[in-house]
Ligand binder design. Sequence first.
Ligand code: TRP
Ligand code: ZN
Length: 474
Amino acid sequence: MTAPQDKAAGRRSAVLRREAVLAAVPVAVAALLGATGPATAGTAGASGVGDPYFPLSGNGGFHVEHYDLTLGYDTSSRHLDGTAVLTARATQALSRFDLDLKGLKVTGVTVDRAAATFRRSGQELVVTPRHALRDRQQFTITVRYNGTPAPVTDPDGSADGWVPTDDGAFVAGEPQGSMTWFPSNGHPLDKSTYDFTLTVPKGRTAVANGVLRSEHTANGRTTFRWHQAEPMAAYLATATVGNFQVEKYTTPDGIQVYNAVDPREAKEAAPVLKKLPSVLAWESKLFGPYPFRAAGSIVDHADVGYALETQTRPIYDSAPDLSTLVHESAHQWFGDSVALTSWKDIWLNEGFATYAEWLYSEQHGGDSAQKSFDALYARPASSHLWAFPPGNPGSGANIFDTPVYSRGAMTLHELRRAVGDKAFFRILRDWATVHRGGHGTTAQFIALSERVSGKNLGPLFHTWLHTKGKPAKA
Ligand code: TRP
Ligand code: ZN
């Protein structure tokens, strides 16, 4: 520890504030970065971005513009060999910085091709470049590493990150699993483009995000190259490996679809996956154009107990039902394209994706959203649904709990009732449009809702997002 605690905390929140502004106004990035203080020999980058739920998640002092990940995975020994090349930009003068990496063995780190010193400290890989970095300087970090990746256990007990399976690995990193398989600035505040070069035994398929650039087999191994062109939070990256049946096509809207399905799940998955183009088209009508050039699904046969909205290509641990496909697809707008700045805002992901399920049902001959709302509202005050308000679930252990999903969706329904359908659907669409490719906060959502509707919505959001217990009937 070099800096006193309070100073370090101040710096972390300054990073958060600055990033939040950057996210809202992308064109101002260069100008804002330029407003930072004069270059010095530099100080150490913070070990986290200051998220109270995951204090070591992400890192201060730099932004990663691009990850180039070259990974080889041996499905029988479960050994991973990795080279990560990060193109980064300093947001302060830096004497040293951290990356998030848990487990695995680091065999070398370079910064701008000069050997850097490094040490491991829990989930932090602490890198000291030979020369301090200037504020705004672009630099390249290369990390060579290998080992047997293992998932991290989240505060709620779920396994997250690189999860080995009987035929490969199920790779899903929400909220903190990216550090189990590549060194990252692993908080959703930092979004980056990605290239993946994945080599696996011949016969296995390695599926990442974005567009498949090439597939090449030699010497008993196949290399898959994937490119994710739109910025992505690290937790949404995947490099899932397994025996997969692959299906590729382009939708009438020009979206490149790549589905990878474990043969054991194929029969059950087929009728649901067939609906992906129509689900994306329906969501595009409601939320605005689909934000990515690629789409698809990964249907694995694994035991993790959840699905994840991995960017462009959600991952399912078994054949999904239609409402789960609708949910993960809605996340492409809400969570992926419009990302969180802080995990306490998780209702902006889960409440919205859940409400998309209600809307889908309403518009496809099922229950109305009002009926979904009423069924939940009928639950007694003692029900777990009312255990905490969704606007700040209180800790990382609660971010995927019922109040976030269900009461989060109920919040949107109450908004809809208060402003009417016309304003409500305009709000959803404007939200996805204004923050497309960037970030959004709860405060920004409330401000947008008030702007579009012309109504004071403070009390409504206060009641539904921030007040303990079951809200009284409006
Ligand atoms: N965000 C996922 C969804 O709602 C759920 C999820 C991801 C999850 N990781 C998790 C749930 C870990 C519980 C534990 O689609
Ligand atoms: Zn979700």
